[in-house]
Ligand binder design. Sequence first.
Ligand code: C2E
Ligand code: CA
Ligand code: CA
Length: 397
Amino acid sequence: MQWNQKFFKKGELIFSEGDAGTSAYIIDRGRVEIFVSQKNGKNVISTLSNGEIFGEMAIIDGSNRSASAVAVEDTELILVSKDQLIERIKLADPTVSFLVTILLNRVRNSLKNLSKRNMSTGSLPQNAAVNKEEEVAFIEKMKFENELLSALKNDQFTMYLQPIVSIHDESIVGFESLIRWNSPTRGFVRPDLFMGVAEETSLIIPIGQWVIKRTLREFGKVLREVGNTPLFVSINVSGKQLDDPEFFNTLEAALQQENIKAKQVKLEVTESILVEGDIVVNWLMECKKRGLTVALDDFGTGYSSLSYLCKLQFDNIKIDKSFTQSIADEKSYMIVKAIIDMAKGLRVPIIAEGIETVEQYQALRFLGCDFGQGYLYSKPVSVDDAITLLKNYKKTA
Ligand code: C2E
Ligand code: CA
Ligand code: CA
């Protein structure tokens, strides 16, 4: 059983009316009765089974429990934390939050009347129609989030390193660190399948901190193995991490511990962070002050205007792999050329992602691209393989 699952024996009380709400629950196995106490016994509001959620009301509006819950058979529950639900409400349109609160108040009042007046369940407000598909999707998402939290606690993530080479002489100049999840139940999960979910919630904060610590630990190992080289390591940073008050402290502590210079760390952010407004300006200033470099990732794939390139100073621009991989096409070639020319004008070195063929490499070299990354050189590899790669590269260089 995972740490965020809880077992209740048949007849065991899960929570009582009036308790403070600490989490909601998804039933993984068993059956649960929700009831309100009355003078002459209890009035059962509903009986829930596998895959259903309960206890969410007190979490959403911070009130005490307005009903009790008991396991009517041996039951296993998955805990859904306050953060997981509150985050959704915060992200929702304010009107939606307002309507949810009104709705909850109405349900609560009915429950209170029910306890006081000894009414039958028949007088409870009818449940609003719930779209079954939406409900299943919601519950799956909550379960997935809990799995991610477990993965973090149980050390199921690893960082892989992918070399970044100089287009000029194809020597390795640095690595991008990329997260991998080795799940005991799902197998090897690609980051684009789980980092999106982590980014939707506050989970990205602890995962992001873990990424920083682990990346610098691995990179420290690389530096110790290959000697004092001017290599750098790129770390992907999600927009939400810009608000993390511990971000720079975590980074500085890890740098110190591993004896890595700030200028050897590149933080990769995408255009999506630009919606954060002033926060971005301050965050970039803070990076500069600390000697950290910042790369603008996936350039050209977002919807932002180019005006931010005047206001914000990036140390690198990364051309998205979709452009690199279609460079044989005349239009894509012209776009890549325009991006490189513009970056040259701004004196910002360019890194091209997703180089898979010699032809792509040659085209990028011809256009004056500075750095490259892709399967042509190496897929992302474990730290030990990255060290072997570096040593062999050194021998042949
Ligand atoms: P990204 O930052 O654009 O990372 C580059 C992706 O391109 C990586 O996918 C890499 O494996 C892949 N790639 C590199 N060279 C080639 C190539 O030649 N051909 C092809 N087809 N693909 C190539 P990956 O590792 O699956 O990561 C996907 C995305 O997940 C990343 O895109 C990034 O947005 C996110 N991600 C990965 N690790 C982290 C992390 O530690 N923190 C955050 N916030 N996001 C991460
Ligand atoms: Ca990246
Ligand atoms: Ca990218």
